[in-house]
Design a protein around this ligand. Structure first.
Ligand SMILES: [Zn+2]
Ligand SMILES: [Zn+2]
Length: 342
């Protein structure tokens, strides 16, 4: 079989790899679609994964081989799932921090979503695999994981009807957040970004207002507009400096949700008196637990998420390198790219 294999940031090869063999409690799927995630792009551009890796985790596919002991799935089932499964019993799991479970990152689909065939290991078959509802396309189904991640992130904070919420970053993740928020009857969703392209899209995804932060200093701009600040700020862009800005535009009693990896320059300056004086807080959120997937499928199925508007490009599996380059082209209006195995 073939897979798109990472060798370097400018060297992704669509090449022959071993087709995985399955055990008695496992499944083999023919990958149909796999979304390109921001984290895949980071891993490639920062070359932070070993050479020879097959990335991709936003997969959907058809079951083409079933282990003898598997009873919940059958040949021909259309399925989608995630990449990591917690143990459900350790100290972190028992406190609800499933994504911090020591077993979590040890579990993986094989070899990765950007391959023609994918082995679904036992723990995934048991706890992290979902049938795609009738009428939902494979491309739509491959949005399940990113939507579930955003649902997971929003669970980290109490969102009340009537809240004012700021979403920093108008990439696919920021826009999914925006649509989910709108479904919660918040009073206002404001989206910031540095690209007018992206900000124009935001209005189709529930944004009530947008601010281009390349053109305006956020705090000054809000003051000029007599804006009272936000109950919640969700940071959906991997720039750590946004954290201090977010704290400054938060209302007293408000919460900042950090949804992005701040790997580059992670140290930021914050006026720490705001915690005591203003009861402001910061919460972090990482990845997704098995408890958010069914909700995500419903959100897609019921149109809470506008999948058609979100998926701007469908490209062949062999074009992973081109797809990543496209995300870096500021002149292109690129939201979600889904790679297809045809
Ligand atoms: Zn993802
Ligand atoms: Zn655990």
């Amino acid at each position: 079989m073939k897979a798109s294999v990472f060798y370097g940031k400018d060297d992704i090869r669509f090449e022959e790899v071993d087709k995985p063999e399955i055990g008695t409690n496992e499944l083999l799927i023919q990958m149909k679609t796999c979304g390109l995630c921001g984290t895949d792009i980071h891993k490639v551009l920062e070359e932070s994964v070993p050479s020879g890796s097959v990335l991709g985790h936003e997969y959907a596919g058809e079951v083409i081989a079933v282990g003898e002991e598997v009873s919940d799935f059958a040949l021909g089932d259309r399925v989608t799932g995630g990449i990591h499964v917690p143990c459900f019993t350790c100290e972190q799991c028992s406190r609800g921090h499933y994504t911090l479970c020591p077993e979590f990152k040890k579990t993986n689909i094989d070899p990765g979503g950007f391959a023609e065939y994918v082995r679904i290991p036992e723990e995934h078959v048991k706890d992290l695999l979902y049938k795609i509802p009738e009428g939902m396309s494979y491309a739509e189904a491959s949005l399940t994981e990113p939507v579930a991640c955003c649902i997971h992130g929003q669970k980290a904070v109490d969102i009340h009807a009537g809240d004012s919420v700021l979403v920093m970053g108008a990439g696919p993740i920021g826009l999914i957040h925006s649509q989910l928020l709108k479904n919660k009857l918040v009073k206002e969703v404001v989206v910031t970004d540095v690209s007018d392209h992206r900000l124009n899209n935001a209005y189709d995804f529930g944004a009530d207002a947008t601010i281009n932060t390349a053109e305006h200093d956020l705090e000054t701009y809000l003051q000029e507009q007599n804006h009272p600040g936000f109950n919640i700020v969700i940071i959906a862009a991997g720039v750590s400096a946004l954290l201090s800005q977010a704290m400054n535009v938060l209302k007293r009693g408000g919460t900042v949700v950090c949804f992005s990896p701040f790997g580059v320059k992670p140290n930021v300056e914050i006026d720490a008196s705001m915690f005591f004086r203003d009861e402001k807080s910061i919460v972090g959120t990482y990845s997704v637990s098995p408890y958010e997937f069914e909700e995500a499928i419903l959100a897609i199925q019921q149109g809470v998420i506008d999948s058609e508007a979100l998926i701007t490009h469908q490209m062949p599996l062999s074009d992973l390198g081109e797809a990543i380059a496209l995300t870096q082209d500021k002149t292109e209006n690129v939201l979600k790219i889904v790679l297809e195995n045809k």
